[in-house]
Each structure stands twice: as C-alpha cells, then as structure tokens.
Design a protein around this ligand. Structure first.
Ligand code: VGL
Ligand code: ZN
Length: 216
C-alpha cells in the first residue's frame, strides 16, 4: 500500500488511457481481437499505479458508416474511400447500449474518472480518443487532460493497430509525453496493420514501455 501511494504521488501529471476493453473486442465478440482478454488483468494491475485513469468506449449508432453492412456488396475487412480518407469496413460492433458495447465485466478500475465514448457520429469513424477519423473533429479529451494538468499519457488496450495507435499518435501530436504499454495491448492485424502501427507510433515519438516499467 505504501508503495502504491508513493507511485501515485509521482504520477499526478500522468493518465492511464485504457482503450476499448469492451465485450465485442473480446473472445466471442463480433470483432474479437485475438487474445484480447489477456489485457483486462493487465489493465486492472496497471491502473493501480495511476491516480488518473480514463476509459474509452467505442459507441456507434446502428447503421454506422464503418459497418460493412451499411454498404451494399461490401464485406468486413474490405476498405472503401470516404470523404475523410480510407476506411476499413468492420463487422457490426459496439452498437450504442447493446451488450457488445459494454465494458468487460472483468475490468476492475473503480477509480477511473472519465469514460469517453467515441464513434458516435453516424458518418465518421473515430479510432482515436482525441480526434475523429477526419482528424479535425475533436472529442474534447485533449482539453480535459490539459485542464487537469496532465502532461504524460500512458495508453493500453484494444486494438494496438487501430484505436491504440491512432490515440497514441494524436496524444503525441498534442504535445503530451506519450507512452504505449506494449504488453497491455493486442492487435487485429488487418493486412499488415500491426507492423505499420508500430512504425507510425515510433515516427510520432511515442515511447514503447512495458508493464514492468510502470510497476518498477
Ligand atoms: C476499433 C476497429 C473498429 C478499436 C474500433 O477499438 O481498435 N477497431 N472500431
Ligand atoms: Zn468501432
């Protein structure tokens, strides 16, 4: 207990951002990330070292533009070009208020301060917790963190190559000292997206850390 309190004192200016630990991204879900369930326990443990924790929740209306079922003749994991760029089409997932959109029942982070819902505009996807996929519509998270004096962002969750990567790039772009907790993430890996994601995060100056680094 003493150690945890001491840790927390040193991390007053840091936030742990736990991305999309939701039923649809876990085994049995409609867009299950391979081995995604392995990171729920990591999140519960890592959160003990952070006084500030924010959860994100993918939260799409029915008929969302990112669903393959919203485009005639298209199948999941195909891509299309939308006004804001390329969009991977997904199975229906995380529909607002559906059981699949719930946070994992094993997630145990009672001191999380904010649950940020994203992807709620019917015509724009939002992988990033900071900007929607047009990369200009803000979610408000950067302002929230800045007003609270946060300088360091630690990110983990699902999926490494989509919501984690885009959130990390945007956090770094906003000037936060940004870290991705590698063993707290799992990827979807659609057509090489996982390798590309790590390259993009590195190019953005995102630091790659492990759970041991946090708990040290
Ligand atoms: C995600 C694909 C679609 C994610 C969300 O959480 O990484 N991926 N929606
Ligand atoms: Zn989604």
């Amino acid at each position: 207990m003493g150690q945890v309190v001491q840790m927390q004192k040193t991390r007053n200016h840091a936030v742990l951002l736990i991305v999309d630990l939701q039923v649809d991204f876990l085994p049995g879900g409609t867009l299950a990330v391979p081995n995604g369930h392995e990171v729920v326990g990591v999140a519960n443990y890592a959160a003990r070292f952070f006084p500030n924790v924010v959860l994100t929740q993918d939260w799409h209306p029915e008929g969302h533009i990112s669903f393959a079922s919203s485009h005639t003749g298209k199948a999941p994991f195909e891509t299309i070009t939308l006004p804001y760029g390329e969009q991977v089409l997904w199975p229906e997932h995380c529909v607002q208020d559906s059981p699949g959109a719930r946070l994992s029942s094993r997630l145990d982070v009672p001191h999380a301060q904010l649950v940020l819902r994203k992807g709620h505009h019917a015509g724009i996807d939002s992988y990033s917790a900071f900007f929607e996929a047009d990369r200009t519509t803000p979610t408000g998270l950067a302002g929230y963190l800045r007003e609270r004096g946060i300088t360091d962002v630690y990110i983990m969750g699902l999926a490494t190559d989509f919501c984690v990567c885009w959130s990390a790039e945007d956090a770094a772009r906003h000037g936060f000292s940004t870290h991705v907790v590698e063993d707290g993430c799992r990827g979807l890996d659609v057509n090489g997206s996982l390798e590309q994601a790590w390259a993009r995060m590195e190019a953005a100056g995102v630091k790659r850390v492990s759970l041991d680094d946090i708990a040290a």
